[in-house]
Design a binder for this molecule. Sequence first.
Ligand code: SAH
Length: 508
Amino acid sequence: MDGVGKVYLVGAGPGDPELITQKGLRLLQTCDVVIYDRLASIGLLKYLKEDCVKINVGKIVGNHAINQEEINRIIVEQAKLHKRVVRLKGGDPFVFGRGGEEILTMEQHGIPYEVVPGITSSIAVPAYAGIPVTHRGASQSFSVVTGHTAEREGSLPEDFKHLAKLEGTLVILMGVGNLEKIAATLMEYGRPPSTPVAVVANGTTIWQEEARGTLQDICQRVKEADIKAPAVIIVGDVAAVHFRSKEEFALSGIKVGVTGTPNITDKLQQELEGLGAAIEVISQSTLQVYKDNREFDEALKSIEAYRWLVFTSTNAVELCFGRWKELQLDFRRLAKLRFAVVGKGTEEALLKQGFRADFLPSQANAVALAKELGALAKQGGDRLLIPRAEQGSEELASILEENSLCFDDIKIYDIQEADRELLPDAGQLRKFDYLTFASASGVHGLLKGMSEEELEQLKAVDMVCIGEATGQALEEYGFVHLLMAHEASASGMVQRILESVQEKERLL
Ligand code: SAH
């Protein structure tokens, strides 16, 4: 049908953003609008095109959640406005996902659609907790059931009595609120009170929590562990199995929230995972935006006028050389130019472009760079070019100015505030053991706009920063006990976390 877009009902997987299918990911990367709710990992939204429209239908507006009829209406409306619509649903769209209802509405309106299955929480959440839903000798089958009926609040579906009589594993979704009734009914209709039960909340995410017990005592255990929805309840012998490697690594059991742009988060993720830590990348990938900048283009075109090109961020390195190529300038013109970088991270970024740094200050901060490089440049009467972020520190420029150096400080990129909706809230952030920050702008991106109360909640988290400017930004939000990397790079931050973990272990 002309003028109507296609709607893809995409299973987002159970929570870990890496558990989406390749097809689902490709559709997310190319869609014009995404309609999502709270069960779909926000970590996935970083893959969207910059101009993709994001509609959160999991929001609580005033006091009520957007209901299914309203969601159906939004899907139809969006299909009429856009070509490629992704309706992103937690787990698999057809496992208690109300995907069918959305499809019926689309059929009524003649809207083309396609279903992309997802990994359902009913299997993946037990798996991440070390529970196989079937296991030789323990369970030959499993049933996935709902522990709650939409029709009558607080009541169990009728067939629970029959389910009690089944031999295999019971996987119950949407059941934590009814746990007491579920356990009582299963015992009443024949399951022994000693039957193993596991309750796993926020499974496959860094916030995964679980309680284990038996039909008899699981309610007590869940209360003690303060476990809340969303959770999967697993009933049967397999619920006593712990298929999780007992191998211990230096950072096993440590939760790290990693912020920054991919050039730094990719490295941190790799190194930290290798050491056994659980990582959540808090994506701020939409942060740096190149500004179309005449002044900078002119500077690049007359690059021979400068003796030094100075970098204070890895983003500046990448954007600067990106622009160089866009302008089709010749790399041979850089032969006489010297390069100064603020720290190891920028040094590595520069090396990736094929250049060795000529100058690195004794400490990785703007002040040391300005003073030490300034002294050197002054002797030769050199001219400096400094491409940097709109929001970067003014210190470098003001020290160079005080020393009457000749330089061009050009703001080549803008740091857009990350969309708060794409970020975890304070309640989630405080569950991390460590949060890493690789730039002052990354700090503002995450913390700006948080209330005093929210910031207070984060005081228990150890903040790791790449260098002093980042540390100062954290201090502005009242964080005082900071872990400063000894070396300004991803490895430097990982090293600092390792030291801190070892210190804590010694104190225990
Ligand atoms: N379509 C989804 C299920 C939707 S029903 C799927 O296939 O996974 C919503 C229920 O799924 C929640 O109440 C909870 O029981 C379960 N659930 C979904 N994600 C979960 C997660 N990450 N951890 C624990 N339970 C989860």
